[in-house]
Ligand binder design. Structure first.
Ligand code: G6P
Ligand code: MG
Length: 227
């Protein structure tokens, strides 16, 4: 395999904003009389803002309580609180191993892309001082099918000018791993309890160039044997 690009999820891979999403949803949900816990939050990983709200309302038995307009007001309120929490984010919030890996990719002429469902992705990359590290960021506002549909990863490939077979995707959510696999890209999972990842690592600290090169080598040998 001729590796031309790595395509990254943002939340849980580049930085960890899951807790900030949780705090914002928790306060908004509490005002609706719904108590959410960390387990609920885990189920919202990789899920878009409106879909997250639907899940929370369903969880609280209020799936049909609000009109579409009211739901937009609630989601906007959540986002305002989330964005306020993001002001605390700086380059020190980049997860371990990510900055050296991005530098290594640049050195090797391998492109870096972003495939995040977050409409706040550009703002977050700017806070982390990482805008220049990415060659292309897929625009979540133009994506019509959420992960596990492959649309956002395919949009990232198109923007980078590569085909999926030349890429590795990195994800911390099952929906993301499934999306990467459907594309025909190699997948790397970060964290426990992910199924069907081409390589599963326990944290971003393990996401080194050496591990990636090892995966490429292994895949090439397996392909040669199967031929
Ligand atoms: C990521 C997070 C989700 C979040 C989604 C949308 O995928 O993992 O928890 O709901 O982005 O984020 P946004 O910033 O657009 O509300
Ligand atoms: Mg994620």
């Amino acid at each position: 395999m001729m590796l031309k690009a790595l395509i990254f999820d943002l939340d849980g891979v580049i930085t960890d904003t899951a807790h900030l999403h949780f705090l914002a949803w928790k306060s908004v949900a509490a005002e609706l009389g719904i108590a959410i816990d960390e387990r609920m939050n885990h189920a919202l990983k990789g899920i878009s803002r409106m879909a997250s709200l639907e899940r929370i309302l369903q969880f609280g038995g209020k799936a049909t309580t609000f009109s579409e307009t009211q739901k937009i007001v609630i989601a906007t309120r959540k986002n305002e609180r989330y964005v306020a929490l993001l002001s605390s984010l700086g380059p020190d919030a980049i997860l371990p191993g990510i900055a050296p890996l991005l530098a290594e990719l640049k050195k090797r002429g391998i492109k870096a892309g972003l495939a995040s469902a977050s409409l706040n992705a550009p703002r977050i990359l700017a806070s982390l001082n990482l805008l220049d590290a990415f060659d292309f960021c897929a625009d979540a506002s133009r994506i019509t099918h959420p992960k596990p549909h492959p649309e956002i990863f395919l949009a990232a490939c198109t923007g980078l000018g590569v085909v999926p077979e030349e890429c590795i995707g990195v994800e911390d959510a099952q929906a993301g791993i499934d999306a990467i696999n459907v594309c025909g890209m190699l997948s790397i999972g970060i964290g426990a309890s992910l199924n069907n990842a081409g390589l599963l690592l326990s944290s971003t600290e393990e996401l080194t160039w050496a591990r990636i090169a090892g995966l490429l080598d292994y895949t090439d040998k397996a392909t040669a044997v199967n031929r």
